[in-house]
Design a protein. Structure first.
Length: 93
């Protein structure tokens, strides 16, 4: 059996069910570009998007360092509202 070390990152939107219930079309219109941007940042930092469903993103990185850089990069390099959307308002610009 071949072993593989990996670091996994999972991100989802805080309050997604409430947001979908309030305005499904606006929520999906807002969320889609964010998930696309986060996927690009994951790849940029050496990761691979393993899956995405609804409001979540599952990514695999070859190391913990790459996963932290990918996760931090998503919050720092993305639009100012991204940290708030994913539940980190203190990091919002």
């Amino acid at each position: 059996m071949e072993r593989k070390l990996a670091a996994i990152l999972h991100a989802d939107v805080k309050g997604y069910s409430r947001l979908i219930g309030e305005d499904e079309v606006a929520t999906l219109r807002t969320l889609t570009p964010y998930l696309e941007m986060m996927s690009a940042l994951v790849r940029h930092h050496g990761g691979r998007v393993a899956g995405s469903a609804g409001d979540s993103l599952l990514a695999e990185f070859p190391s913990v360092v790459a996963a932290v850089r990918g996760g931090d990069g998503s919050l720092e390099e993305g639009p100012p509202s991204l940290p708030r959307l994913f539940g980190y308002p203190e990091l919002a610009g």
